[in-house]
Design a binder for this molecule. Structure first.
Ligand code: HAM
Length: 395
């Protein structure tokens, strides 16, 4: 829970720093919100059930359909564009393995109602910025960016008849040799020449090699924010979800021995597919599982027990003076704790250490009177006598 609280607090602060507003939704939805709209993979991973009123429901496997449903329901009441975030608990019936569990949390940031590529730039900047806030650096992660539109137009140029058979191959391309990739392309109907051309196109790794004004603009905006070293063109990023239509991106650890840390992209038609008017959106989800693994690997999850600033101790073991002193500290918004039994002083110090307290205040110390307190900082052993504000400063 300490690890989770740390992750959530960095996530929330980063989202607020970028001006996103928090929302929540119900933990289960009508099954039909997902079937056919999210893509086969997610549908096969649903936890679904019938309720007592014979309604087919599912535990939410992702937040984006809920967000789209809420946007449709509020319609024109919402001033667009708007930037929202949420930290939902999600459920997917997939094989539990390293980086993937059946129950997890996912930070979602989404921007609804603008076609501007600045929205993608805002989201990707937020990802890089929050990963820095966790203590990671450009050496630890990268954000691979691609464009479904660009891939689609390439497939169109090559007159590929069944692009939907080709996308999964593009997604798997880096896991096989160039020969195998071309062989697979030929098995879904591409000629040798076209398979070679497609492979050559997929090898492009810089913006200069491709013709995409929107990707160029995106990379310029990211450079202006100082995030150019966090992103790279990666045409193998295709994304498994069916609703993406434009820019797509995925975040990986640089050693690439973990699953994706985050993924997202632009979805132009989701509200329309769900029966509402067409409103464009773009966003991403970042799970807590891979992130926690990566932070642990880089020694960025502190082992600190808690953040208790003050433990109040009494030489005489007088319970009343402990309650009286603690009340004074808490009135001043200083968190504190104390023994719940009248025990020896040495035992109270042990308890202070075990609670991870920064400082022990001696409630009935000789000099603890008239608004000043005797105290001891546990990390340095430094002792003093001071008023509350000064003690806090010393902490
Ligand atoms: P997704 O790629 O399915 O996208 O998930 C995004 C991230 O959630 C993954 O990169 C991973 O960190 C985490 N994740 C997914 N499945 C699991 C699991 N079983 N256990 C632990 N973590 C997991 C979406 O969900 C989109 N709805 C994101 C989005 C928001 N697109 C636009 N807005």
């Amino acid at each position: 829970m300490r690890v989770q609280n740390h992750i959530f607090s960095v996530w929330r602060q980063a989202a607020l720093k970028f001006g996103y507003e928090e929302y929540e939704g119900p933990i289960f939805e009508h099954l039909e919100l997902y079937t056919g709209k999210s893509g086969e993979e997610i549908v096969s991973q649903l936890y679904n059930f019938m309720d007592k009123g014979d309604r087919a429901l599912a535990l939410r496997p992702e937040m984006t359909p809920t967000l789209a449903r809420m946007v449709i329901q509020k319609g024109n009441e919402l001033r667009k564009p708007f930037k929202w975030f949420s930290i939902p608990r999600l459920f997917r019936y997939e094989r539990a393995q390293k980086g993937r569990l059946r129950e997890f949390f996912q930070l979602n940031l989404d921007i609804i109602g603008t076609e501007s590529i600045s929205a993608e730039a805002d989201l990707i900047s937020a990802i890089a910025s929050m990963l820095f806030d966790f203590g990671l650096t450009e050496k630890d992660f990268y954000i691979g960016v691609s464009s479904r539109r660009l891939l689609a137009s390439m497939l169109e140029k090559l007159e590929v008849k069944e692009p939907n058979l080709v996308y999964p191959l593009l997604d798997k391309r880096l896991k096989m040799s160039a020969e195998d990739f071309e062989k697979e392309l030929r098995s879904v109907g591409l000629s040798e020449d076209k398979a070679k051309k497609l492979n050559a196109f997929m090898c492009c790794s810089t913006i200069e090699e491709i013709d995409s004004p929107e990707l160029k603009e995106l990379f310029e905006l990211l450079k202006a924010g100082g995030f150019e070293n966090c992103v790279k063109l990666d045409l193998s990023v295709v994304r498994g979800l069916a609703y993406y239509t434009g820019i797509v991106f995925e975040v990986f650890d640089k050693n690439k021995n973990m699953r994706a840390i985050a993924g997202g992209g632009r979805y132009d038609n989701l509200t329309e597919t769900l029966g509402g008017q067409k409103i464009t959106g773009v966003g991403f989800g970042m799970g807590d599982v891979v992130l926690a693994d990566l932070l642990a690997e880089k020694n960025l999850l502190s082992q600190k027990k808690s953040n208790l600033p003050v433990f109040i101790a009494s030489f005489s073991g007088d319970m009343k003076i402990l309650f009286e002193t603690a009340a004074k500290f808490r009135k001043n918004e200083i968190a504190c704790s104390h023994s719940l039994n009248a025990v020896k002083f040495g035992k109270q110090l042990e308890m202070a250490n075990a609670a991870g307290a920064k400082c022990v205040v001696f409630a009935d110390g000789e000099k603890s009177k008239d608004g000043v307190w005797e105290y001891k900082i546990l990390s340095s052993g430094e002792q003093g006598v001071d008023c509350l504000e000064k003690i806090l400063e010393a902490l």
